[in-house]
Structures are given as structure tokens and as C-alpha cells.
Design a protein around this ligand. Structure first.
Ligand code: KIV
Ligand code: ZN
Length: 514
């Protein structure tokens, strides 16, 4: 009989802890709504005590995303648990996820506590959480490097205290599939009451084994998998949600399990996340990488044209990938445009839709074939927009093999038109120096990357920049058929986000994350 595997998505918590993936509360809400469409079972929306922003994001998601369970993370401390409850209590189905480390390494060097003291903390934390909600998850951080007998005791205490889900994290990505499967079986056989709770696993990818370890755990009896979209997360990331889901779907003959995931939303979700965070998916990434369904070799192309089964084990449509097909053209109407955007996770209000449609028509005049990626680039300017302190009016650059590049930029700064000119080492450098001078920014440019959104010389170029100022980093993005215009737009978009963030910044709680 096929057994149900619960997908616990931690993109907004562990995923967001990965360098460069930080999102503001509005961006988190967009991702949470998309995760709801994907039909994940649990969304771990954040770590409420870590900052005011995290608290707000969790509380907003709890109120607005009603179908999945909404979990918040809390250390095994009263203040964390109380704050977590404040954030998740508005959810239709709230969960408190509390954790403490159980390995001797962590006990000695991080917690400076004895094993007995930690058992008492587990009991106190789970009981406190249980007073708020019946749905309490307990995680034994660094479980895979913990003493197995002690881990059994820790889980037994958590069950007696009322935990309903027990999570076994491979916090440092150290275990291997055979060992992890054996650990899960050992826990099932040795922890009283383990058959009454859901066993969960949470694997990190330091040795590239997060997905194989999760699959081994499922075969050994785990029923909840903690994972992230695109596998983002601390260091080398977490288990990739799309890989686990598609492994279970594609190899049902070997793995008789199913998830509730609507797989057609996988690709749009992956794109939305990388649009928002600016974290580009590596082209050869399984399932959602740009090359995952691209057949380059002639012999493969020939085979696939004759019969897809020759080289394709999954259908691109199953993950919602239609980008090999021409999706829109100059004659496409507003309805088709709106419907395709909806499928990509963008449900625009009428005013934004009109503006985006206008931009689409302008692009369609320049570019014959318009793909999903082009639509995303257009719409992200509408969707992810923030109040514009700076607005680009025009860019003019002279450059060549024997001329020093010079940029002339016209911009509106808080509604007033200004013009500036600078030279630079290259055309982009000239553009950036001009904008920096005009805006008097103190932000440092940490990263600049260009991506051709679709093939061909008339393709749109998508530029992503990462800026840093006073310890805050933001991502700026811009797309245009002219790469210098895209560069200017990305920089200005980043500067607008930085200005917006400064304006919104509120006093922090002074608490820190794990
Ligand atoms: O990796 C880890 O151990 C965690 C826990 C907080 C579940 O993220
Ligand atoms: Zn983790």
C-alpha cells in the first residue's frame, strides 16, 4: 500500500539562513502563498524570536496562508516558545517546533550542560509548548552525532512531555544513507511511544547526501521530510524538496510512497524563489536546473524526437516546465498573458496587470519569441517593486576599443530630474560610477552577475547585483534587451530597496538566532 510522506518546507527558515537568501516579510509571504499552491503539508515560516522582521513574517503568513500547518522555530527556552506562539497563534493549524542539541560535542562546547540537564530542558520546553497547542515538534539538533542510547532517552522524554512529531536532524550533513536508515530503525525499536508520533528527518547537504539520506530515512520509517525549494539552506543547503518529490513520483516501483505535492507548481516555485533571492540555480541541478531537460547531443535529440522515453525519465510538464515551448508572442492577448502569469505564481491586481501587459507588448515588438523567463522578468518589476526614490529615465553610453567608456544617465531623484556623466574602466563601470555619484550612495557592490534569460542575441539580459550598507544586504535586479540598461536598472532597484529598508527598519529585539 502506498504510504503518505509529509513535506515540511523550511525554505523560509533554514533556507533563509543561507548566505544571501534573506527576504523581507512581503517576499516571504509571496513564497508562502506559492508553497500553499504547491500543497506542502507544513510551512516553517521563520524563527520568531530572531528579529522583529521574522516575527512579523511568521505572524502574517499564519494569518494569510490557511491550508498548510504553519510552524515557527523556538529554542528550548521559555522566551522563545512564548514568542513563537505569539507569532503562529493566528494560524488555522499552528505548530511550535522546539529544539535543543543532544550531541556531546554541542553539550560540551555550545550549551555547557550535562546530558541530564538537557533532558530536563526538553521536558520543560515541550510541556510549555504543549500548553499552547497540541501540535508540538521536537528536534534533537546534531542527532546524527549524538550517542544513540542518549538520543533514545531524549526522544522518550519529548514523547512523554507531549511532542507529536520527532525530528532527527543531520545538522552538519555528516551521516551516510546506510547509517541514517539504521539510526531511524533503532529509534523506532527502542523509543517507547515512537509508533504514536510522526518521525521526521532534516538533512543538510555538506557531503552532497541530503537527498539520499532522506530517502534512506523514508525506507526506514520516517514520514515527514524537512526540505527546501532549490535545496537552499545553511552552508551547502538542505535536502531539495523537488528532488525528493520527483524521486518518489518517478520511482514508485521501488518506493511506494506519495506526497501531496502538486508537481506542476515545482518549476514556477523554483523560479519565484530565485527571482526573489537572486540566488541562481546551477544549470545542471536535478529537476529545476536550466539543463535538466535540455538534450544537446544529436543522438539524444534524435532519440527524444522519435520517442521521449529513450532519454527522458520524467515529463517536463510534470514540473510545470513549458519553457521549451514558445509560450507567448506578439499576438497573444491579455487573457493568455494573465493565465500564464497565474500559472507562474503571479496573480496581479488589474492595475499591475495592465502595466505588465504594456511592457510585454513592447518587448514582443523587439523580440519574436517570448518565454516564461521573459514574462517573469517583466512582472517582477511590477510585483517586487518598492517605492522608488530613484527612477531611471535614460542611459547613454559611448564605448569601443579605442575610447574610454563614458556614461550619461538621466534619473529622477525623489521626483526631480537630474543628469550625470562619468567615465569608467568599462561601460558597466561607467554606468555604475555615474549612478553612485548621482545618488551619493555609500552602498558597496558585492556582486554583479548577468544572465541571458533566453537564447539568441536579442535575448533579454537579467542583471543581479548584491549591495551592502551598514551590515544590510539587498538584491537588485533588472532586465532589458540592452545589457547596460539592465545593469543600470538592477543597480537602481538595489538602491531603492536599500532606501526602503532603511526607512522601514525598526528597533530589533536584541535576540539572536541559533
Ligand atoms: O539543522 C538543524 O539541526 C536545524 C534544527 C533547528 C532543526 O535546523
Ligand atoms: Zn537545519
Amino acid at each position: 500500500m502506498t504510504q503518505r510522506i509529509y513535506i515540511f518546507d523550511t525554505t523560509l527558515r533554514d533556507g533563509e539562513q543561507s548566505p544571501g537568501a534573506s527576504m523581507n516579510p512581503e517576499e516571504k509571504l509571496r513564497i508562502a502563498k506559492q508553497l500553499e499552491k504547491l500543497n506542502v503539508d507544513v510551512i516553517e515560516a521563520g524563527f520568531p524570536i530572531a528579529s522583529q522582521g521574522d516575527f512579523e513574517a511568521v505572524a502574517t503568513i499564519a494569518k494569510e496562508v490557511r491550508k498548510p500547518i504553519i510552524a515557527g522555530l523556538a529554542r528550548a527556552q521559555d522566551s522563545d516558545i512564548d514568542r513563537c506562539w505569539e507569532a503562529v497563534k493566528g494560524a488555522a493549524r499552528p505548530r511550535i517546533h522546539t529544539f535543543i542539541a543532544t550531541s556531546d560535542i554541542h553539550l560540551k562546547h555550545k550549551l555547557q550542560k550535562t546530558r541530564d540537564e538537557v533532558l530536563k530542558e526538553i521536558e520543560r520546553a515541550v510541556r510549555r509548548a504543549k500548553k499552547y497547542t497540541p501540535d508540538v515538534e521536537f528536534s534533537a539538533e546534531d542527532a546524527t552525532r549524538s550517542n544513540w542510547d542518549y538520543l533514545c532517552k531524549a526522544f522518550a522524554v519529548a514523547i512523554e512531555s507531549g511532542a507529536t512529531t520527532l525530528n532527527v536532524p543531520d545538522t552538519v550533513g555528516y551521516t551516510v544513507p546506510s547509517e541514517f536508515g539504521a539510526l531511524i530503525r533503532h529509534l523506532r525499536e527502542n523509543v517507547p511511544g515512537m509508533d504514536q508520533v510522526v518521525i521526521s528527518v532534516h538533512c543538510h547537504n555538506d557531503l552532497g547526501l541530503a537527498v539520499p539520506n532522506s530517502i534512506a530515512a523514508i525506507e526506514a520509517g520516517a514520514r515527514q521530510i524537512e526540505c527546501t525549494v532549490n535545496g537552499i539552506g545553511e552552508r551547502a543547503g538542505n535536502a531539495s524538496m523537488e528532488e525528493i518529490v520527483m524521486i518518489l513520483k518517478t520511482r514508485k516501483d521501488q518506493l511506494p510512497y506519495e506526497t501531496g505535492i502538486v508537481t506542476e507548481h515545482i518549476y514556477p516555485t523554483s523560479r519565484l524563489l530565485s527571482q526573489i533571492t537572486g540566488m541562481v540555480v546551477q544549470p545542471n541541478k536535478a529537476i529545476v536546473g536550466a539543463n535538466a531537460f535540455a538534450h544537446e547531443a544529436g543522438i539524444h535529440q534524435h532519440g527524444v524526437l522519435q520517442e521521449k522515453l529513450t532519454y527522458e525519465i520524467m515529463k517536463p510538464e510534470d514540473i510545470g516546465l513549458l519553457s521549451n515551448l514558445l509560450v507567448m508572442g506578439k499576438h497573444s492577448g491579455r487573457h493568455a498573458f494573465r493565465d500564464r502569469l497565474k500559472a507562474l505564481g503571479y496573480d496581479l491586481p488589474a492595475g499591475d496587470l495592465d502595466k505588465a501587459f504594456q511592457q510585454f507588448k513592447e518587448l514582443a515588438d523587439k523580440k519574436k519569441e517570448i518565454y516564461d523567463e521573459d514574462l517573469e522578468a517583466i512582472v517582477s518589476e511590477e510585483i517586487l517593486r518598492i517605492p522608488e526614490q530613484y527612477r531611471l529615465v535614460s542611459v547613454h553610453v559611448t564605448t569601443g576599443t579605442d575610447t574610454q567608456p563614458q556614461a550619461k544617465i538621466v534619473m529622477e531623484v525623489e521626483g526631480t530630474a537630474m543628469e550625470g556623466t562619468q567615465t569608467g574602466d568599462g561601460p558597466v563601470d561607467a554606468v555604475y560610477k555615474t549612478i553612485a555619484k548621482m545618488t551619493k550612495t555609500k552602498s558597496k557592490l558585492l556582486r554583479y552577475s548577468v544572465n541571458a534569460i533566453t537564447g539568441g542575441t536579442e535575448a533579454q539580459g537579467e542583471v543581479t547585483v548584491r549591495l551592502e550598507e551598514e551590515g544590510q544586504t539587498v538584491i537588485g535586479q533588472g532586465a532589458h534587451t540592452d545589457i547596460l540598461v539592465a545593469s543600470a536598472k538592477a543597480y537602481i532597484n538595489g538602491l531603492n530597496k536599500m532606501a526602503y529598508r532603511k526607512h522601514r527598519r525598526r528597533p530589533r529585539t536584541g535576540m539572536v538566532g541559533p
